[in-house]
Structure formats: structure tokens, C-alpha cells
Design a protein around this ligand. Structure first.
Ligand code: XMP
Length: 517
């Protein structure tokens, strides 16, 4: 993708770096994270309209602290330093940074001395979000301080002659209510962007990039999982190369109810794509028989998936490419982002991750996109709403939602409970408000009244897990309407024979995880 207007973000490893990119993109300007080693020449050649220096966990005065090339400030391209980014700009240009007397963390009152540049259109007193221990003690003659807090005399700076600005606080987080305005000031007024980046451009550029990569004759295989990312990938690849796309859907028997049918209906019937559905249900269930350990379950499923996929892919002639739905957070979180392995937050456990030994060249059209942008692309390509807004579903499927051994009977029980939960969430208008919602089957014999007696036999507990989350790295349990819980519980107990108790999971992540296994 080579959009005309780009804001580069030099990533010093802040947990908010991705958020800065999102905020810029919300202004219809493409933005990308780049490593600290990026040279002024690379930036000039890329024609970037502005540069943002992100925050970061280090101290600028420490030995080996990440820095950036001082030539960046000579380019004449506007620069905005945020937190660590402001400190590094101030230090490079002759100021002095040291540890502050107190750490400033959380919401803080900012006094705006001069509402100009990045602080234009902001009132004299505003609330901002701070998270820093170091402070700029002295600014160089070329800088002036334009805002302060009670403990931080240099909370925002501007260069006297160049378009270089710095803010000690974080305009990219929602806890800085005027932050959006500041990003807008920078992107439009200071960098002079026009804001032309639209979903339609993403589609056009991706389609062109796929055509350029694949050439006029080659075929592409896409592993469909039924989730949003792989579906949007398939739709984009089809738009680019039409019938030369071949999809493979591995039915591992661990899907939700009617999932396989929905994939067939959407991709084969509606989009007219070539789709190979591999019925591998027996193979997976046989492999999982007698296995209790969650890690072993995951390993078996991962291994079987690769084997089945390999076998099927071998039968497709003339395909040298594999399309995968890797999205931007996957790239960053797996340590392949600009800040490298230091920024690894979680191991990327996407099922689509087939090993390199398969020998395919990868086509990853969503590599630069955030989840919500992927959804917009999906909508624009005409994917059904139910698919575009679907909650994430783990690669190992229902197997990690059954405590203990996975058996066909347990899978059926879980599917029934899960189906009721999703139906009621949708009917009550909660589905889109919940980031992820599902049922977990816990096969413990809890007592139930059956007729006149107490019965323990063949009974199971179902736990409902509903979470709200922005990025799935942290999550909180959903404060959902009790009425919805009551209906779901009643229906499950009345309609699903074999389940006699329903519980609601009220654990947050961390320390719990979203999935039970
Ligand atoms: P946890 O349970 O780690 O889940 O809090 C975070 C998000 O990742 C999903 N998840 C998986 N996705 N393969 C996947 O493709 C997996 O093995 C896997 N395990 C968890 C989970 O559903 C949630 O959205």
C-alpha cells in the first residue's frame, strides 16, 4: 500500500504507539509505525507529511536508550513528540531531561499558556493524561514552553522557527478529552494533510498490490476459518484475481452450530468462489479422544490442521500463494513490529499461521489494518453483516471451551447452550456491545432435582462468559442486563437436557484469560 499522505510514527516502544496510528487514521490519513533506525532519507523518499515520535518506557539519558536520527528535525517536515518523544526531541536539540521529583500518573490539570500549534483551539485549563517519571528541566533557546502542570513546568513545547512540537502528556488516549483536537491540529493545520484515506482507497490499493504480487496466471489458496479476517482476505483476493482464488475450509468438528453451512452459503453460493470443504471431523475427534490437558488438545488440533490443510492444498494445481488474514495488531504483537521483540505482548496464536515449510509465498492484504478497519472493508465488499461483526473465535474452537475431554456428546451440549446464548444476545441487542460472548461446558456432576429425587447423573455446568474489550489483551466481564441472563439460563436448563446449572463468569483479564483454557 502506498497512500499519498502518510504520517510516520517512530516507535519508541510505548504501549500506546498503535493507538497513535489509529487516531491519525481516524482523521483519514494513513499512518504507520516505523523503527527508530528509520533514516531521514527514507522518510523524505516516502514523502511523509509529518512525523510523530511516540512515547516509550526508557529514560532518554540512560545509556543505550533508543534515540532517533537528528537529521529528522532538519527535513522541514513537521514533528510531534509525545512523552518520551518530546523528551528525545528536546534533548537532541539542546535541552536537558532528568528524573522528576515525583512521578506524574493519571489525569492532571494542564494550564495552556499559548493555545497555538498543536494546542490550538484548546481552553486555558484542560484535563490531560500523564504517565512519566522524567521531565524536561530546561528547554534549549530554540524552544519555548507553551503549557505546564503544577509539577511539570514544561508540559508542551514548540520550536521557535521550525514546525516541531512536543507534549509530555498523551493526546492519543481517550482520557485526554482534547486529544482528538490536538491530533487534528497536527495532521491538518500543521502537516497540511487533506484527509483522503478512505476504505475505498484501501480496497483499490490492496487489489492492485495483490495483482502485482500474484501475476496474471498464478492461483492463490486461502484458508477460510469463518472469522472476519480470513473472510475479508478471501473477498479482497477474489476482487483482485477472480476465479484463480481457491478456498479451503477445514471442518474440524469443533465449530459452533451451523458454522460450516454458513461458510458454504456465503462463499460458494453468494460469492461464487471455489471452496473445498474438508470434512475432517472424525480425524480431529479421534485425535482428541481421551485427552484432558488443554495444551495437548491445542497441539493435537494445530498439528491435525496443518496435515489436513497440506493434503488438500497439494491437490490444487498451480498455486504458489497462500492468502492469510494477518492484521496489524498481530504483526505488532508478535514482535514483528518496528519496536521488535521488546514489544511482544502476547504470542500470536492465529490458526492461520501455517508453517513456512508449506512453501507458499504469503499474500497478506490486511497486514496494515486494524480490526475495525477490516470490518469496514468487509462491509464495503458486501460481506454479510453477521459475518463482518462476528465475535472472535479461537482456532482450537469449542475444544478449549470444554473442561476435560472433548466428546461428540459434550460438543453437542455445548453447541446447544452456545446457540441459545447467541440467539438471546442478538435478540436483546447486546451482541454488538459485547466484544466476545460464549458458553463453556464444565462436566462436573452438580446435583439437580429430577422428578422427586436428587440426581447427579449426566449433568453438566455451563458457564457464560461475556466480556468487553478493545484489544482482547485486557478485558472486563460485561455488566449485562440480568433479564438477558435470566432468559438464557432458563432456556438452557429447560431446552438442553444434560445441563442443570448455569453460572456467570465475573473474572477480568488479567489475571484471568478470556477463554477458559
Ligand atoms: P485469551 O484467552 O488469551 O484470549 O484471553 C484472547 C483472545 O484470543 C483468542 N484466542 C485464540 N485465538 N487461537 C486463536 O486463533 C487460539 O488458540 C486462541 N486462544 C485464545 C480468544 O478467543 C480471545 O479473543
Amino acid at each position: 500500500m502506498t497512500p499519498r499522505e502518510t504520517i510516520a510514527i517512530i516507535d519508541f516502544g510505548s504501549q500506546y504507539s498503535q493507538l497513535i496510528a489509529r487516531r491519525v487514521r481516524e482523521n483519514h490519513v494513513y499512518s504507520e509505525l516505523l523503527p527508530t533506525s528509520t533514516s531521514p532519507r527514507q522518510l523524505r523518499e516516502a514523502g511523509v507529511k509529518g512525523i510523530i515520535l511516540s512515547g516509550g518506557p526508557a529514560s532518554v539519558y540512560e545509556e543505550g536508550a533508543p534515540s532517533c536520527n537528528p537529521g529528522i528535525f532538519e527535513l522541514g517536515v513537521p514533528v510531534l513528540g509525545i512523552c518520551y518523544g518530546m523528551q528525545i526531541a528536546c534533548q537532541i536539540l539542546g535541552g536537558q531531561v532528568q528524573a522528576g521529583r515525583t512521578r506524574e500518573y493519571g489525569r492532571v490539570q494542564l494550564s495552556v499558556r499559548r493555545a497555538e500549534g498543536v494546542l490550538a483551539h484548546t481552553p486555558a485549563k484542560i484535563s490531560v493524561w500523564m504517565s512519566h517519571g522524567d521531565v524536561v528541566m530546561e528547554v534549549a533557546d530554540c524552544f519555548e514552553s507553551i503549557a505546564a502542570t503544577s509539577t511539570c513546568p514544561v508540559a508542551a513545547v514548540r520550536h521557535k522557527t521550525r514546525p516541531v512540537f512536543g507534549v509530555q502528556f498523551h493526546p492519543e488516549v481517550t482520557h485526554t478529552p482534547n486529544g482528538e483536537q490536538m491530533i487534528r491540529n497536527f495532521v491538518y493545520d500543521i502537516c497540511g494533510c487533506r484527509g483522503e484515506w478512505r476504505v475505498q482507497n484501501v480496497i483499490e490499493t490492496s487489489v492492485q498490490a495483490i495483482r502485482d504480487q500474484v501475476g496474471p496466471a498464478d492461483r492463490v489458496i486461502c484458508g477460510l476459518s469463518g472469522g472476519v479476517d480470513s473472510s475479508v482476505t478471501a473477498a479482497l483476493v477474489q476482487r483482485a484475481i477472480g476465479e484463480r482464488l481457491v478456498n479451503i475450509f477445514v471442518d474440524n468438528g469443533l465449530c459452533r452450530r451451523r458454522e460450516a453451512e454458513m461458510v458454504e452459503m456465503t462463499f460458494r453460493d453468494h460469492f461464487g468462489m471455489e471452496l473445498h470443504v474438508v470434512d475432517a471431523r472424525d480425524r480431529f475427534l479421534t485425535g482428541l479422544a481421551g485427552v484432558n490437558d488443554p495444551q495437548v488438545k491445542r497441539r493435537i488440533i494445530g498439528h491435525e490442521f496443518i496435515e489436513v490443510f497440506k493434503q488438500e492444498a497439494r491437490q490444487i494445481e498451480g498455486a504458489h500463494f497462500l492468502a492469510q488474514g494477518t492484521i496489524y495488531p498481530d504483526v505488532i504483537e508478535s514482535g514483528h513490529g518496528p519496536a521488535g521483540p521488546a514489544a511482544v505482548i502476547k504470542l500470536h496464536h492465529n490458526v492461520g499461521g501455517l508453517p513456512a515449510e508449506l512453501g507458499f509465498e504469503l499474500v497478506e492484504p490486511l497486514r496494515q489494518l486494524f480490526k475495525d478497519e477490516v470490518r469496514l472493508v468487509g462491509e464495503a465488499l458486501g460481506l454479510p453483516e453477521a459475518l463482518v461483526w462476528r465475535h472472535p473465535f479461537p482456532g482450537p474452537g469449542l475444544a478449549v471451551r470444554i473442561a476435560g475431554e472433548v466428546t461428540p456428546e459434550r460438543l453437542e451440549l455445548l453447541r446447544s447452550a452456545d446457540e441459545i446464548l447467541l440467539e438471546e444476545l442478538t435478540a436483546a441487542g447486546w451482541y454488538r456491545k459485547v466484544a466476545q460472548g460464549f458458553a463453556v461446558l464444565v462436566p462436573v456432576a452438580s446435583v439437580g432435582v429430577m422428578g422427586d429425587g436428587r440426581s447427579y447423573e449426566g449433568q453438566n455446568l455451563v458457564v457464560l462468559r461475556l466480556v468487553e474489550s478493545k484489544d482482547f489483551m485486557t478485558a472486563d466481564w460485561m455488566r449485562i442486563d440480568y433479564g438477558v441472563l435470566a432468559t438464557v439460563s432458563n432456556r438452557i436448563i429447560n431446552e438442553v437436557s444434560g445441563i442443570n446449572r448455569v453460572a456467570y463468569d465475573i473474572s477480568s483479564k488479567p489475571p484471568s484469560t478470556i477463554e477458559w483454557q
